[in-house]
Design a protein around this ligand. Structure first.
Ligand code: HEM
Length: 343
């Protein structure tokens, strides 16, 4: 048989078909209008219940979009549990002891599987649920593009290499976002997601006690705010203790940016956006005009949601595990796989 770079030609052909099937240009609003017309209502309903049960959980779910889409596209790879042969992304550096509320996605998936089995991907659930988290906490509401497939694998190493540290400064964040065609404005707007939710003492200890190895706190702190954080996170604290990312952590609004202007940003990666000249003007703009923030945030979320790896995929029935399939079909297109599953 003819081989190209070690791969039989027919397999290359199949992989290419699958890639086309997940091109971001195929994503569109109303993707499930015929196959699962209630999909968006179901997702919002479960998110509403999550918000009532534990208000922070919707912020935790919203964070999934960032941690999913930056690592090999929006393909729910982040939701896969470890297997004996695969280290998943849940235990990657930025995720371990930090990403939470996976059970909310499970509840959404369960409700969707009941209404329309095998139709709505976990990758699309993340996108809808993130939008809903924002809308339900007072932020903008927008139409999302759908039609993503779920990955067959996860990659812990890629997550370790890609996801930024809370210590990051604005110039490294600008460079990272640029790799995904996200502008400086997108970076600042998307960081406004920290208008809701919390972070751990773990993420700010260096900032409080040893910024850049100086043995001193970050000089950008407002002194009163720094004292508050020192009380929350003393040197001998359990570093899983959490603090609010802005002063209105249950409301999606532009308070986050007002806090940055006042030197009251929680993470170094937040406060740096006001310290650096390239990002400062956007922080100022969003702190003064909430509507500008909301508009830019929507745009950023849509652009980030379009990131795709072009790899083969499927619609998982359980967001935590890839669907079972015969090993010889692993490289084939999703449609092929579905046909063979039906046999
Ligand atoms: C710009 C680079 C970013 C960095 C360095 C960053 C880093 C972090 C860190 C360190 C935490 C706290 C984690 C902990 O202490 O356990 C956090 C929380 C959070 N992040 Fe980001 N983040 C960034 C961008 C984003 C983006 C783009 C989004 C979503 C669009 C997002 C959404 C969130 C949310 C909602 C929380 C709170 C989660 C909760 O309460 O469970 N972040 N982020």
């Amino acid at each position: 048989m003819t081989m190209t770079m070690g791969m039989p030609l027919f397999l290359i052909f199949l992989v290419q078909i699958a890639s086309v099937a997940v091109a971001s240009s195929d994503l569109r609003p109303g993707f499930y209008s015929k196959t699962c017309p209630e999909a968006e209502v179901i997702v919002r309903d479960v998110m509403k219940k999550a918000l009532m049960r534990e208000p922070r959980s919707v912020a935790s779910v919203m964070r999934f979009q960032f941690h999913d889409c930056f690592v090999n596209g929006c393909d729910a790879s982040m939701l896969l549990d470890d297997t004996p042969t695969m280290l998943g992304e849940k235990l990657a550096l930025s995720n371990i002891n930090s990403l939470r509320s996976f059970e909310v996605v499970d509840q959404v998936k369960e409700a969707l599987e009941k209404a329309c089995p095998g139709v709505v991907s976990c990758a699309d659930i993340i996108i809808m649920a993130s939008r809903d988290a924002v809308a339900l906490t007072g932020g903008p509401d927008w139409e999302v593009r759908l039609g993503r497939l779920d990955s067959l694998i996860a990659n812990q190493e890629d997550s370790n290499n890609i996801m930024p540290s809370p210590r990051a400064n604005a110039s490294s964040l600008i460079d990272l976002f640029q790799k995904y065609n996200l502008t400086v404005k997108d970076l600042v707007a998307l960081s406004g997601s920290h208008s809701i939710g919390q972070g751990r003492c773990f993420s700010i200890m260096f900032r409080l006690y040893n910024q850049s190895g100086t043995g001193r706190p970050d000089p950008a702190f407002d002194p009163k705010y720094r004292q508050e954080l020192e009380r929350l996170c003393p040197l001998d604290v359990d570093q899983n203790v959490t603090g609010n990312l802005d002063s209105t952590p249950l409301v999606f609004d532009n308070q986050y940016f007002k806090d940055l202007v006042a030197g009251r940003g929680f993470l170094n990666s937040d406060q740096t956006l006001f310290t650096f000249p390239q990002t400062r003007e956007f922080v100022r703009l969003f702190s003064r005009h909430q509507n500008e923030f909301f508009k830019a945030f929507e745009e950023g979320m849509l652009k980030m949601g379009d990131l795709q790896s072009g790899r083969p995929g499927e619609v998982r029935t359980n967001c935590r595990v890839a669907n079972a399939r015969p090993a010889h079909l692993l490289l084939e297109s999703p449609h092929k796989m579905e046909e063979s599953n039906d046999e």
